[in-house]
Design a protein around this ligand. Structure first.
Ligand code: SAM
Length: 287
């Protein structure tokens, strides 16, 4: 185990910088201050990063670190940080590592004892969830579903069991197909498309999955997040036979009445008094 304060001492520290997902005013004053101090800005797309920096009158040497060269770029960034150079990393929009490169860079830095911090900013997933009107207390971030149809459907079948609100990223050319597949696998749940967040044409389209799937495809342009209600179906409570069998099993294992009732109630998620009543009627005389 190792404990070290991020902003104490001079040991190397990688800054991740969250960037705007549309509205450039959301580039934080802290991000600008941090970038001013950097020797290098590593980025998913160096041209986009330079364009963003120039909007804030900043200019820094850049390093490309994208999905296809992340390992080599990470080694180079680690070396620079170890030499005492200051380096930050940004992806094209929102948080690096969230359906964006950066995860391997962070892992390599941590392996080499380099600390990591993040300058906060917007993320499409959180913006969409907070305006969705769906349960935000528990959520599951899926990001992009697999592109291959069979893998996508398999993944959706797995997700169908989850009780948490589900958050997906999707591109405009696949959105309708994805909504149809979701309606087929998840059932006709409430859902929200959060489109063009923080931009002039920001829009929330709310309905059921099948209603959303029927929206004209050419009206679903731009960048979109799909937020879908979790599985709210109550699991069927165990019937009397299942409880009696579970009780018998507990008693056969030598557990006393009270303990058997407690275990069965917990294992089958049924009220203790219901299990106890069945225990009294079926087994009390024997135990
Ligand atoms: N790292 C980013 C984040 O923190 O949100 C996500 C990057 S991912 C490559 C891009 C996807 O995020 C888009 O396909 C879309 O699903 C979603 N997205 C990004 N910006 C958005 C916006 N302004 N409005 C709606 N969705 C957006």
């Amino acid at each position: 185990m190792k404990r070290e304060l991020n902003f104490e001492g001079n040991s190397p520290l990688l800054y991740l910088i969250a960037t705007p997902i549309g509205n450039l005013s959301e580039f934080s004053p802290r991000a600008i201050d941090v970038i001013k101090e950097m020797d290098y800005v590593a980025a998913e797309d160096t041209r986009n990063a330079s364009a963003l920096l120039s909007r804030f009158s900043l200019s820094k040497p850049t390093i490309s670190c994208r999905e296809h060269n992340e390992e080599e770029a990470a080694s180079k960034i680690v070396e620079l940080l170890k030499e005492g150079k200051k380096v930050c990393y940004m992806s094209d929009a929102g948080y690096p590592t969230l359906s964006d490169p950066g995860e391997r860079l962070v892992a390599r830095c941590l392996e080499q004892g380099i600390k990591v911090t993040v300058v906060s900013g917007p993320s499409a997933a959180i913006n969409a969830l907070s305006c969705s009107g769906l349960d935000s207390s528990h959520f599951y971030f899926e990001g992009f579903l697999p592109a291959k149809e069979s893998e996508r459907n398999e993944e959706l079948r797995e997700l169908a069991k989850r009780k948490e609100t589900l958050i997906f990223y999707e591109s405009p050319h696949r959105i309708t197909k994805t909504l149809i597949a979701m309606a087929a696998s998840l059932g006709n749940r409430k859902a929200v498309i959060a489109r063009e967040l923080t931009k002039l044409h920001e829009e929330f389209i709310r309905g059921t999955l099948s209603e959303l799937a029927l929206e004209p495809e050419d009206s679903l342009r731009g960048e979109m997040v799909i937020v879908v209600e979790g599985n709210l179906e109550k699991e069927e409570e165990a019937d009397d036979n299942a409880i009696l069998l579970a009780l018998k099993d507990e008693l056969d294992w030598g557990r006393k009445g009270k303990e058997a009732v407690k275990n069965v109630a917990a294992n089958l998620s049924v009220p203790k008094n219901r299990v106890y009543a069945l225990y009294l009627s079926a087994f009390k005389a024997e135990n």
